[in-house]
Design a protein around this ligand. Structure first.
Ligand code: NAD
Ligand code: IMJ
Length: 255
């Protein structure tokens, strides 16, 4: 074991089950010796997340639905009380109305637009604000994006607009928090079969296109994202902030 994250405490948000990208990040961070703090969205996801985390040597569990200011502030109160210092945060969550992830973007409703922005983009700023006082030794915050935030990808629609806002938030947060030694970056992941990709129209053909066209002629998986997260949490990435790192087998460069 290289122990790249020895003595670091990292908050992981967005584990729902063993296919979640956040779970891949948790496993890779645990392998590198990090202590983990894990959140679950609600009672429905608690048992599954608890069961998964029982496999990790050092993991504390707290609830946090990011649509609630109270739950976010309670989370950081718990962390302050139980852990004192935080070195990293992985924000791995998004939500939009299922029916708005198909067809034409112009059919997006006002409340669907606001919901997608609230959960998928605003939450990063709220989490960064909560984490800031605990990152007294400096820190690294990362979030997950997708190419649909930069290009018009069929069906991604309102989520694409939320990811564009998320990526802009990363730049503003990086500029705000840089003077305090806190870095903020995005991993733009290629398509991965998770619950959030379930029901996406033609998802297997999206995967096949990556296998055919991406420079590396393959798709990426949760461990590929997890190992990049380890790099971003570690001191090896000390000169990087406000960046979008594409972990997509190079797909974004072709066309
Ligand atoms: P997932 O369904 O496993 O994870 C999504 C998570 O969001 C779940 O854990 C869910 O509980 C959480 N969530 C939703 N609403 C929430 C709320 N109100 N409060 C707290 N948590 C909430 O799917 P995933 O693919 O692992 O998605 C994780 C991230 O990766 C998302 O930001 C997604 O946009 C991004 N991403 C996914 C892919 C892909 O192809 N799967 C590609 C690029 C980026
Ligand atoms: C999602 C929709 C449309 C096209 C898509 C995706 N492609 C990919 C995704 C091509 C790769 C997955 N992705 C990158 C996401 O960010 C998914 C977010 C998401 C998924 C759902 C499905 C169930 C639901 N709401 C959702 N909200 C966000 O009800």
């Amino acid at each position: 074991m290289t122990e790249l994250l020895k003595d670091k405490t990292i908050l992981i948000m967005g584990i729902a089950n063993r296919w979640s990208i956040a779970w891949g990040i948790a496993e890779c961070c645990a392998r590198e010796g990090a202590s983990l703090i894990v959140t679950y969205q609600n009672e429905r996801s608690r048992d599954a997340v608890k069961q998964l985390c029982s496999a990790l040597p050092k993991a504390a569990l707290y609830p946090c639905d990011v649509s609630s200011d109270d739950e976010i502030s309670q989370l950081f109160d718990f962390i302050q009380k139980d852990h004192d210092v935080l070195h990293g945060v992985a924000h791995c969550l998004a939500f939009a109305k299922g029916e708005e992830l198909a067809g034409n973007y112009y059919n997006t409703s006002r409340d669907g637009y606001l919901l997608a922005q609230n959960i998928s983009s605003y939450s990063l700023a709220a989490i960064a604000k909560g984490a800031r006082p605990l990152m007294s030794q400096g820190g690294s915050i990362l979030t997950l994006s997708y190419l649909g935030g930069e290009r018009a990808v069929p069906n991604y629609n309102v989520m694409g607009v939320a990811k564009a806002a998320l990526e802009a938030s990363v730049r503003y947060l990086a500029n705000d928090l840089g003077p305090e030694g806190i870095r903020v970056n995005t991993i733009s992941a290629g398509p991965i079969k998770t619950v959030s990709a379930k029901g996406v129209k033609n998802f297997s053909s999206v995967l096949s296109i990556y296998e055919e066209k991406a420079p590396l002629r393959k798709t990426v998986n949760q461990q590929d994202i997890g190992d990049t997260a380890v790099f971003l949490f570690s001191d090896l990435s000390r000169g990087i902030t406000g960046e979008i790192i594409h972990v997509d087998a190079g797909y974004h460069i072709v066309g």
